[in-house]
Design a protein around this ligand. Sequence first.
Ligand SMILES: Cc1ncc(COP(=O)(O)O)c(C=O)c1O
Length: 398
Amino acid sequence: MSSDVMKDIRDALSSRTQHFVLPKQWASMRKAEALEKETGQRILHFEKGDFQGDEFYPAPHIYEAAAKAVHDGHVRYVPGPGLPELRDAIAEEMTSRGRPTKREEVLVTMGAKHALTQSLLTIVDQGDEVIFPNPGYPPDEFWITYAGGKVVYAPLVEPDFAFDLDSLRSLITPKTKMLIINTPQRPNGMIVRQLDEIAEICKEHGIIVLTDEIFSHMVYEPQVHESISYVKDFKDQSIVVDTFSKTYIMTGFRIGWCVANAELITAMDIFQQNSVTNVPAFVQLAGLAAMTGPQEHVLQQTARLKAKRDFVVEAFNKIDGIECLTPDGSFYVFPDIRGTGMTAQQFADYLVEEHGVGVVAGNAFGDRGEGHIRFTYAAPDEILEEGMDRIAKAVEAL
Ligand SMILES: Cc1ncc(COP(=O)(O)O)c(C=O)c1O
């Protein structure tokens, strides 16, 4: 294609796409992959937000349900908001967790990401302000900007990345429409402990809370998962987003859900039907089998991840110049690397280029992530051991 044609295509892009840039987090992934290809060097990958290795696969009954559903002919369009039996199962689960839920309040979506996208595009108007945690989950910012809204950053404060409630109050203006929280938080894995106080503030100002709870089953005892939607009289003011990706290791199935006030769900359903139409029926039937079938697999996975978390936290804390908080949940740690004297990006580049270890620089999630790296530990033990060994040697060599 000639460069003139390319220029014309660029000119044709809408003004709404002007903020489209490749996410910083992908830069780490691309760099690790490119180095592997160019040099043949074996890179250990801790930069992706996915599971790796044979111990992390969906339980056999989930595969069987997916295969049977295809075989039985569940390959046509189905109702947009989701199969009634799956919406009921999700409603039952949310009710048992603490948010009484009816079928009409559930939308089955193409993963949590699409639930977040639809929530933001359905609610955020030109000029609306959305308070967003810093560090946070960049795709949320992307859609707020696309909708013409303004991202207002709420700093999460170390050591445990809690909201500063006074600072949160000070960010509220008459234009504030929504607050986004994720608990356990990405990228640091800490749960949000101030749910009652945050609900109180949002009630006072009529602010909707979009609560991303994709790691709801990956919270390690003695901590427990709590949702702002359980707070008395707050369920209609919250939109809960969750997924099958993490709980059931179904990242590639692309299925999640959203629970909110029934009218809002109807609006989001119209959005969904005019975009992806519906989540494939055979994928929904796999989700139904996951949610209503045996849950031992989930418990085993959580126990396995907790042991891996403990191993990496201890290993990071043994390295001079690195301090690692013990996250309450998720499959990430977010160690503080400031003692190495490097910035997050310098350290991430150094690790991948010179020691073959892929991680993400913490500032990919906002400037409050500077001085940290995000490391995904949902990997085989021997890879984690080798990775931690390489990182220790890398810091020693500085
Ligand atoms: C905070 C957060 N929300 C949403 C998602 C997307 O999840 P899903 O695979 O269900 O789309 C991710 C993916 O890692 C995430 O980290």
